[in-house]
Design a protein around this ligand. Structure first.
Ligand SMILES: [Zn+2]
Length: 214
């Protein structure tokens, strides 16, 4: 979020500044202000639950406080999300993968994924280009307009049916470069219960992604 406000008042330099909106706001006691040559005010909720306001050097505390108050609903919503994340992490911390583990997953993926892709491509009725194995933190697979396919080596830690689903998903993009109903109909032709695996990726898969390092 990034909201401009006209600023006024005296300039504050040097030391860290904090404001508090008081207990009734149900926001943390102290909200850090970081001043810079920026022209607008912005709010950020850090992963550890800290709130930071970025502000122009000469923005008055009154304006900053008003800005924070105005956005308190947004802040509370994001704080609740961060608290949920922190509770989930505390309950069952993920084990980060070592570089050796990632390398061996990539080796395994290079053996398994091209074979599974070659199996599914004729069933989907498409051809494809190069297959690249990546170690990514955000994607399971992708398909370029030229038909080159990328797959995440973490798929080797997913159930085999999830791997098959991701391969079929990317191959179906050879027919439909979108996620339209026509695309999903193509996926369902090969994997009728694909929604189970899509859901796995959103829940278990998100957790697995957090093990990726580097
Ligand atoms: Zn897709």
């Amino acid at each position: 979020m990034n909201i401009s406000i006209p600023h006024s008042g005296a300039a504050f330099e040097g030391k860290d500044q904090y404001i508090s909106l008081g207990a009734s706001s149900s926001l943390p006691d102290s909200i850090q202000i970081i001043r810079s040559s920026r022209r607008t005010l912005s709010l950020q909720v850090k992963h550890d639950g800290r709130i930071i306001v970025r502000a122009p050097r000469n923005a008055s505390l009154k304006d900053i406080e008003a800005f924070v108050r105005k956005n308190s609903a947004w802040l509370r919503k994001h704080l609740a999300l961060v608290e949920k994340e922190m509770a989930a992490e505390a309950a069952s911390p993920v084990q980060p993968l070592s570089m050796d583990e990632i390398r061996s997953l990539a080796d395994e993926a290079l053996r398994v994924i091209p074979e599974r892709t070659a199996h599914f491509a004729p069933l989907v009725g498409v051809q494809y280009g190069r297959i690249t194995i990546r170690n990514q933190k955000t994607r399971w697979g992708s398909c370029s307009s030229k038909g080159n396919l990328n797959f995440n080596c973490l798929l080797m830690l997913a159930p085999p049916k999830v791997l098959d689903y991701v391969i079929v998903h990317e191959l179906c993009h050879r027919k439909e470069m979108n996620h339209s109903p026509r695309f999903w109909a193509e996926v369902a032709k090969i994997i009728p219960d694909y929604k189970i695996y899509e859901k796995w990726l959103k829940t278990e898969g998100t957790r697995l992604m957090r093990r990726m390092t580097g």
